[in-house]
Design a protein around this ligand. Structure first.
Ligand code: NAP
Length: 309
């Protein structure tokens, strides 16, 4: 079995050494832009060049080093029937739950006010949180959204979840499809986006959507930058529909230094760190699936390219 590693890491041995350990039966290669074809059976990729699919014509499957495969599906010569396998959780959902909880608490527990008071040496107690005033709505109930929803519901926040299909989740009110989106939004104050980027979800975080949220809305985007219409967020902050936003992903990354988001006090910016790819958990999952697939047994996480996730 031949496995080709294709990611722009300047130290690819950080990945290939554990791959060789976990998959001793494989010959492991690193992508060389000027090299010949190695006739790989499997490619493990992050943002691969399109030449990969011209040169490597024997691939049985391609494994993405991330949960979101929007970038991979945009490659024009990706063979239509080549199985594309996304990362399933691999330690990301717990990080995302932490990140979202942190951003929620900043707002619901008024942490900024206490930081401000500390600077002024002020000891002043504000009224305690009323959870009923902070209903949260999670867009996307996949590996990540579900974990976020259940974490917040366990802390007795009122949690709504929205997905394409029906879901049943303990302590979470669920909504499905565009028909139920208005009810979901109308009962949500803190909106958390964990959707994948597809033709249907691009630009979904727009002014029309923000205006349906409960007053004093908070927007937390950990999906993709292209979900958010950036000028609509600024407008919604300006006209009061959105009180604050926490953004981890952006249309252009790194976020340009002159971008208006940097100057907006209501916006918290993090540089795409809400859920990092954990090398050990990631490679354990991928090499396990490669072995299973090689022995013609079924694997989970194959992307439905027609729906885009
Ligand atoms: P997933 O398991 O595939 O779940 C996707 C969820 O979104 C599903 O519940 C799906 O509904 C729902 N969905 C998709 N299209 C929809 C639509 N048009 N309308 C309503 N719901 C829709 O994906 P995941 O592992 O949770 O990851 C989600 C995304 O998080 C990734 O694609 C990636 O963009 C992002 N991400 C970001 C970071 C970061 O560091 N910021 C890290 C990892 C992932 P159904 O359940 O009905 O199919």
């Amino acid at each position: 079995m031949k496995v080709l590693f294709v990611a722009g890491d300047p130290k690819p041995e950080r990945w290939t050494a554990p791959i060789r350990e976990l998959l001793p039966e494989a010959e492991v290669y690193v992508w060389d832009a000027n090299g010949p074809a190695v006739d790989a059976d499997y490619a493990i990729v992050w943002q691969p060049p399109s030449e990969l699919f011209e040169r490597e014509t024997k691939l049985k499957a391609v494994f993405n080093l991330g949960a979101g495969i929007d970038g991979l599906l945009e490659i024009p010569n990706l063979p239509p029937h080549l199985p594309v396998v996304r990362l399933e959780d691999a330690g990301m959902s717990v990080q995302m739950a932490e990140y979202v909880l942190h951003q929620l608490l900043e707002a619901s527990r008024g942490m900024e006010i206490y930081r401000e008071q500390q600077r002024e040496r002020v000891w002043k107690i504000h009224r305690p949180i009323k959870r009923s005033e902070w209903p949260v709505g999670i867009m996307g109930l996949g590996h990540i959204g579900k974990r976020v929803a259940c974490t917040l519901a366990d802390l007795d926040y009122r949690v709504n979840g929205w997905a394409r299909s029906d879901h049943t989740l303990d302590k979470v009110s669920t909504f499905a499809g565009m028909n139920e989106l208005p009810d979901f939004l109308g009962s949500t104050r803190v909106l958390v986006n964990t959707l994948p980027l597809t033709d249907e979800t691009r630009d979904i975080l727009n002014h029309q959507l923000f205006s349906q949220l409960m007053p004093g809305a908070v927007v937390i985007n950990v999906g993709r930058g292209e979900h958010l219409v950036e000028e609509d967020l600024l407008k919604a902050i300006d006209d009061g529909h959105v009180a604050r936003a926490s953004l981890d992903v952006f249309r252009q990354e790194p976020l340009p230094a002159d971008h208006p988001f940097w100057r907006q006090p209501e916006i918290t910016i993090t540089p795409h760190i809400s859920a990092r790819t954990l090398r050990d958990a990631t490679l354990e999952q991928i090499t396990g699936k490669i072995r299973t697939h090689y022995h013609n047994r079924p694997i989970t996480g194959i992307v439905d390219t027609s729906r885009g996730y």
